[in-house]
Write a protein of this length. Structure first.
Length: 281
């Protein structure tokens, strides 16, 4: 797995139009990210049947909202951000926009490269990617894989587009995307559940609900930020909090028991991986 880790995440030199199909939470976050990098709003063409107030406001700044298909011009990249269950009917409607140099970037969960290739013109360069919801605040992580038609330049462009909302990793084996979906795609829900469970445990221990919720939220958020900023392994950070014979050690004896958190997490990720494979067909 290769990390983009590029310091140049700008979109300078982008040629043609940047088409976004679907501008819901994830697509909208990506559009905001591109514009924050200084991308020319006039080069963006967004197709969204139910535009939000934010998207309507961006249209006033120059973003082309639902323009005539024949007026889009040469398309450098097409980012597909619709719900996966409607891909079969929505994506072919925009296939005419794909040119010889267009790279199509899908952020739809479970849509395999072979499925996408059947919805777009033969020979289309396609990148399948899996972002996660922290992309909404620019702190997401996205894993991507391209088909054989993706050139190095197109991969670089896709990388820069995806990097507008966080870190990007690339894999060569598409089969890994099911486990990626289980770990990082679904992962934010696991973290939010941890905050829920920690708050509920605080209430059970006698804390007022509002205080327990505040403590859990800030502890999870602060610990995540510490993990983000630190170069230390999570296991080292955990040991740094744990004094021998102390309160943390007592709690970890429960969480790290043979039937504890590690086993539960393995079962959860395995279940999500299986489901991802089922959804992909």
């Amino acid at each position: 797995m290769a990390d983009s880790n590029s310091s140049n995440h700008t979109l300078a030199g982008f040629s043609g139009s940047l088409v976004l199909i679907g501008a819901g939470k994830m697509g909208g976050a990506m559009l905001q990210g591109w514009l924050a990098l200084g991308f020319d709003p006039g080069k963006a063409a967004v197709f969204e049947p139910q535009p939000s107030d934010e998207l309507t406001a961006l249209a006033k700044l120059g973003v082309r909202l639902n323009p005539p298909a024949d007026g889009v011009g040469d398309v450098g990249a097409m980012v597909i951000a619709v719900k996966p269950q409607v891909a079969g009917e929505v994506v072919p409607a925009y296939a005419q926009l794909v040119g010889l140099s267009t790279v199509a970037v899908s952020i739809m969960a479970g849509q395999m490269l072979k499925t996408l290739s059947g919805l777009l013109p033969a020979g289309t360069a396609i990148v399948r990617s899996m972002p996660n919801t922290p992309a909404a605040i620019g702190r997401g992580i996205t894993v991507a894989v391209g088909n054989a038609q993706v050139s190095l330049a197109q991969r670089d462009l896709a990388d820069r587009l995806l990097a507008a909302v966080g870190t990007v990793e690339w894999v060569e084996d598409e089969a890994l995307m099911d486990a990626v979906t289980a770990v990082s795609g679904s992962g934010p829900a696991y973290v939010f559940l941890l905050a829920e469970a920690l708050a509920a445990a605080g209430v059970a221990a006698g804390l007022p609900p509002a205080l327990a919720a505040k403590l859990a939220r800030e502890t999870v958020a602060g610990s995540g930020e510490l993990l983000h900023r630190s170069d230390l392994d999570p296991a080292v950070l955990r040991r740094n909090v744990t004094s021998p014979g102390g309160t943390t050690a007592a709690a970890l004896e429960v969480l790290m028991a043979p039937q504890g958190l590690q086993l539960l997490m393995e079962k959860a990720v395995a279940a999500a991986t299986r489901r991802s494979r089922e959804l992909a067909g």
